[in-house]
Ligand binder design. Structure first.
Ligand code: HAM
Length: 409
């Protein structure tokens, strides 16, 4: 029988990665919670139509990458490729426009895209995602960007670069798209097949191409950011001014194209040079028309998502050693119950504690204490002893309460 393996493009989370991921979850909770964002969850699968309408029919995600299946009732369902469309669906479904605005939410969980797997690109991956619904304010754009920057920095992500742009409103984009289409048609002969096929559906994607001829053509193409409406241009200036005030560096990059259709006005992406081809750590932007497009009241929206696996790939080092345990060694088999009780008491006192549970010799137990990086070992013998693993100092103690006093919580 062939050996069973995790499906292509998926992975198991093994120690010590599990702890690094949980710590990142905590970090996100701290940073976003402090800014008034509330945690929420939505289902892992949704009606296929939500993504087709929300993410956009012409995107790679909808055309090629969705895990779509039929349920037993013949409904077409899709494993969520991203969170934003579902957040908007939930906002409308639960009448959140009646709440005090803006509504600030964040979530964390698995997402699915049928892409060719490579380093940093998986078919099941994890995102932390933040969304703000119901505010036009440029301060929301700046706040969201700064919060992601803070999470990346505190997570230890190195070599980051922030690319920033504005796509204007749907209307200025439409006018610009017509201008760009005309330009692309003039140079059709030099463009890649893929770009040529999408001139009608999504001409902006031409900026994203790796194809040499296309790149040459795009260097002289008309640029949207120079054709923004005065309102949009002012909005963008304000976002930049707030980022400048906060001392966050960014590059205005008019070639920034996001792989989803719903964006308006501000778009941004954090990249890390620690990553290979898949450099995008996190990104997002405004989507002022999406909720209306999904059948809700006209409501501005804005948000980002960052890939947990990419954050951890781009972050230096393993988990910080902030939880070195106390190890409980058992000198004689007859004392196992005492050792078990000491472990319980230390844990109840808030101390991370690991217990000998593999029948090791005394020597083997000290080796194990070293292996797990224990800061102290309690030796349960005829007497109770406490050994400081850093200084090697050993002393007799009366009980678990004294150990707690000595090692602190
Ligand atoms: P996205 O740029 O498609 O945006 O994905 C955000 C992040 O998810 C990427 O920067 C990357 O770190 C991670 N990611 C995406 N695909 C994969 C993959 N196949 N393997 C590993 N990591 C991946 C969105 O999803 C938008 N919903 C963001 C947003 C929220 N815009 C507004 N609100």
């Amino acid at each position: 029988m062939s050996r069973l393996k995790a499906p292509r493009g998926t992975f198991d989370v093994l120690p010590p990665d599990g702890r690094r991921r949980l710590r990142l979850l905590q970090l996100a909770e701290e940073v976003l919670g402090r800014a008034g964002y509330e945690y929420f969850e939505s289902p892992v699968f949704e009606e296929t139509e939500l993504f087709a309408r929300g993410v956009g029919e012409s995107t790679d995600i909808v055309q090629k990458e969705m895990f779509t299946f039929e349920d037993k009732g013949g409904r077409s369902l899709t494993l969520r490729p991203e969170a934003t469309a579902a957040v908007c669906r939930a906002y409308v479904e639960h009448g959140m426009h009646k709440l005090a605005q803006p509504v600030k939410l964040w979530t964390w969980g698995p997402f699915f895209r049928h892409e060719a797997p490579q380093a940093g690109r998986y078919r099941q991956f994890t995102q932390v995602d933040a969304e703000v619904l119901g505010s036009q304010e440029p301060s929301v754009d700046a706040e969201l960007i700064l919060l992601l920057a803070e999470i990346l920095e505190q997570a230890g992500v190195e070599g980051t670069r922030l690319r920033l742009s504005s796509l204007g409103t749907a209307e200025s984009r439409r006018q610009y798209a017509d201008e760009l289409r005309a330009y692309l048609r003039e140079h059709e002969g030099d463009l890649s097949m893929e770009v040529r096929e999408r001139i009608d559906a999504n001409p902006l994607r031409a900026f994203d191409s790796d194809h040499e001829g296309t790149r040459t053509v795009m260097r002289s193409a008309p640029v949207l950011i120079e054709r923004l409406d005065p309102d949009d241009a002012e909005h963008f200036e304000e976002v930049k001014a707030l980022l400048d005030d906060a001392g966050l560096r960014y590059e205005v990059d008019h070639t920034l194209v996001r792989g989803l259709d719903y964006y308006t006005r501000t778009v941004f992406e954090f990249e890390s040079d620690r990553l290979g081809a898949q450099r995008g750590v996190g990104g997002g932007g405004r989507y002022d028309g999406l909720i209306e497009q999904l059948g809700g009241p006209p409501t501005p929206g804005n948000g980002w998502a960052a890939g947990i696996e990419r954050i951890l790939l781009a972050a230096h080092g393993g988990p910080a050693e902030d939880r070195r345990p106390v190890y409980i060694a058992v000198a004689k088999p007859g004392l196992r119950r005492d050792a078990f009780r000491v472990a319980r008491e230390l844990r109840a006192g808030g101390v991370a504690t690991e217990l000998e549970q593999a029948g090791r010799s005394m020597k083997g137990q000290f080796k194990q204490a070293d292996r797990i990086g224990a800061r102290a070992t309690v030796i349960v013998g005829d007497e109770l002893e406490l050994k400081d693993m850093d200084s090697g100092e050993q002393r007799q103690v009366a009980d678990a309460a004294e150990v707690l006093r000595l090692v602190g919580a």
